[in-house]
Ligand binder design. Structure first.
Ligand code: PLP
Length: 386
């Protein structure tokens, strides 16, 4: 058995060899600063603008609507704070809405805004961690100015009905941001077709490098900068650009453009086999989260606490020692392990939520690895069964 097996691709992915090859020259001989007017600088500038075009084309945007950031966290902060502060800080439209199953990069940004001029409203998700359209309709008022609902959930893979959400928000002139970090490059994302005003994405979830991502903001969107001190990115994101990262992101996108549907089929097969294998190990006490149409890259499972000694961190450690790298549905907050807010938001009791594991696949995973993974899971379930 070849171990360890890496099934934690929703946390991060290995850099694709072609991405690495594209990045290398920009760490070696092509080291110019894109703001310089000499030939070194001009080469770097061309590389950035070509990357911007590749990315814009991939999501149906214009290059001038793309801003490079240090990743998904910064893109979320930049778009949410940048739009509401630019347009609504002094306005009576001070209500901003989101769901209780968002990534902390969105939730904590809302919490900060709630401490200033805004009133943040959290909409409860259903038991599949999806936001329901009727709840959105019921939560908005004439004071609502901004909404953020993630495309695919990073813990369960559930997919929100983004187009239908935009159809509710648009007639009310409510800005719509989506955190697409887990769906970008995995399922089609076209901002025009979906009616999205602002979108966040990250390279390291799609075999690009860490520390680079982008924000899309529809042309004409009011947007104040988060970082001051440089005129880069059309005065909206100061700081010398991470050129190797930007080039790596664009190459990861180019590869995804060619392979997205094949990879989708591949991970769908892995997911089906994994879930069927799990069901044959225990058909009664394992629940798969996220709904039937969840992103096939993610399997989120919860063990019934009546049958298992649930403690997701010990479970992840046991699996790690036995050669399987997965993640738990918990977070360490102020030194204590707490079940994830996402899993709790879907309605589990804390003792059940504590038995949640996330297995997430990438293009490089194989059917053999799924079979080996299931053997490890067999021993794991025996070990933790009450
Ligand atoms: N949003 C979602 C849904 C994520 O899954 C992540 C990363 O796990 C982020 C935002 C943060 O992205 P980054 O790691 O690029 O800052």
């Amino acid at each position: 058995m070849k171990t360890p097996i890496y099934f934690d691709n929703a946390a991060t992915t290995p850099v694709h060899p072609k991405v690495f090859e594209k990045m290398k020259p920009f760490l070696e001989e092509e080291y110019g600063n894109p703001s310089s007017i000499h030939s070194f600088g001009r080469k770097a500038r061309v590389a950035i603008e070509e990357a911007r075009e590749t990315i814009a084309d991939f999501i149906g945007a214009n290059p001038s609507e793309i801003y490079f950031t240090s990743g998904g966290t910064e893109a979320n902060n930049f778009l949410i704070r940048g739009i509401v502060n630019a347009e609504f800080a002094e306005s009576c439209r001070d209500e901003i809405i989101t769901s209780d199953a968002e990534h902390h990069a969105v939730l904590d940004t809302y919490e900060e805004l709630d401490k200033s001029n805004f009133k943040a409203r959290l909409i409860e998700v259903n038991n599949q961690t999806k936001v329901e359209l009727s709840k959105i309709s019921n939560s908005i008022s004439t004071k609502t100015s901004f909404a953020s609902f993630m495309y695919a959930n990073n813990e369960t893979g559930s997919i929100n009905p983004v187009k239908e959400i935009s159809e509710i928000l648009k007639p009310k002139n409510i800005f719509f941001h989506t955190d697409a970090v887990q769906s970008f490059g995995k399922i089609p994302v076209n901002v025009k077709e979906l009616g999205i005003d602002a979108l966040s994405a990250s390279a390291h979830k799609i075999n690009g490098p860490k520390g680079i991502g982008f924000a899309y903001a529809k042309s004409g969107t009011p947007l104040s900068p988060l970082l001051f001190g440089g005129s880069q990115e059309r005065n909206r994101r100061g700081g010398t650009e991470n050129i190797a990262g930007i080039v790596g992101l664009a190459e990861a996108v180019r590869i995804r453009k060619e392979t997205m549907s094949d990879t989708f089929e591949h991970v769908s097969l892995l997911r089906r086999n994994y879930i069927n294998g799990l069901k044959s190990l225990d058909s009664r006490s394992i629940t798969i989260n996220g709904g039937e149409d969840a992103l096939p890259y993610i399997v989120s499972l919860t063990l019934d606490s009546q049958s298992y000694r649930n403690d997701s961190d010990s479970m992840v450690m046991y699996l790690d020692i036995n050669g399987l790298a997965v993640s738990s549905g918990s977070a360490c907050t102020s030194g204590t392990i707490k079940a994830s807010h996402v899993i709790l938001a879907s309605g589990y009791k804390p003792e059940d939520a504590a038995g949640t594991l996330r297995i997430s696949f990438g293009y490089q995973n194989t059917i053999d690895e799924v079979e080996q993974g299931l053997e490890i899971m067999k021993r794991f379930l025996e070990k933790f069964r009450k």
